[in-house]
Design a protein around this ligand. Structure first.
Ligand code: CP
Length: 314
């Protein structure tokens, strides 16, 4: 795999992650310093699934670097409706743009699409697979609030279909992090992900639970996720777990006072709005961090003079 496609967080070393986070912090402190870095650059947005944060923050990031975007628009208004394949679509749009951002409902779609293009392609979410740029802004927010080493994190909710969880879990194996995974049995992490995590951390940093109660007091960060209703093959199976693992102010009474609560958003009912006003809530800050982090990533991926370091294992 070329380093300038970003498909999964598995391809990122600790050094590469730190390069992006350090650069994002520099940009955050002085965005005007990079305002003209990509004046002639066009980024192609191909979103085959709904998005608010990822799409709009990529667009904001590209424009804040001096560039612009070309947007395929909704699937319904594109030639996908006429039966065009993903391979043909990306091959056409790479002729219009200097880089591509792809969100697609099929796991593996970004890997497949990247094999057909020479411009950098970023996976903005592939089904229940990966969402590596979300991970970078998650790591940025964790670093700001709790630090990335000597970290105890709880990751709760839909761990089976939650692509942000898979990407974050792999990335955290680069750090001294104890990861507690909290879910109903039917939404546990896929076994192949657990196997990979154990391989990378000798199993010492990975624990699975069905209850938040037993781990909450030990957590520095609680990362809450939405049950991914759209991924369930059977609505009845969704109804069995809908509404489980919600948190409210009473839940947090047992938490460490320094606990940071994160969520990739959108939320449905997992976090009661009363938590928004507490010092624990950092999920809107997390969403806002998407702009400097994606500015850093885009600059590193689109520049000839800057590269994301680290080795690829894809
Ligand atoms: N976190 C996230 O991916 O949000 P969107 O689906 O709105 O892009």
């Amino acid at each position: 795999m070329r380093h300038d496609h970003l498909i999964t967080s598995k391809q990122l070393s600790r050094g590469a992650i730190e390069t992006v986070l350090d650069y994002a912090a520099e940009i955050d402190a002085d965005p005007s310093a990079v305002a003209d870095r990509h004046a002639d650059t066009l980024l192609g947005l191909l979103f085959f699934e709904p998005s608010t944060r990822t799409k709009m923050s990529f667009e904001t990031a590209m424009k804040r670097l001096g560039g612009d975007v070309v947007d395929m628009g909704s699937v319904d208004s594109s030639s996908v409706k006429k039966g065009e394949t993903l391979a043909d679509t990306v091959r056409v749009i790479e002729g219009y743009a200097d880089g591509l951002v792809l969100r697609h409902p099929k796991q593996g779609a970004a890997t497949m699409a990247s094999e057909f293009v020479d411009v950098p392609l970023v996976n903005a979410g592939d089904g229940a697979g990966h969402h590596p740029t979300q991970t970078m802004l998650d790591l940025y927010t964790i670093r700001e609030n709790a630090g990335l080493d000597d970290l105890t994190i709880g990751i709760m909710g839909d761990l089976k279909y939650g692509r942000t969880v898979h990407s974050l879990a792999y990335a955290l194996t680069n750090f001294d992090a104890q990861q507690h995974f909290i879910s109903p049995e039917s939404l546990q992490l896929p076994r192949e992900v657990v196997y990979d995590l154990h391989q990378q951390q000798d199993g010492t940093g990975i624990k699975e639970h069905d209850s938040l109660e037993e781990v909450l007091p030990s957590l520095d960060v609680l990362y809450v996720t939405r049950i991914q209703r759209e991924r369930f093959p059977d609505e009845n199976e969704y109804q069995k777990v809908a509404g489980e693992y919600q948190i409210d102010a009473d839940t947090l009474a047992a938490a460490n006072d320094e606990l940071t609560v994160l969520h990739p958003l959108p939320r449905v009912d997992e976090i009661a709005p009363e938590i928004d006003e507490t010092h624990h809530a950092a999920y809107f800050e997390q969403a806002h961090n998407g702009v400097p982090v994606r500015m850093a990533l885009l600059d590193l991926l689109l520049s000839d003079d800057k590269r994301i370091g680290g080795d690829s294992d894809e």
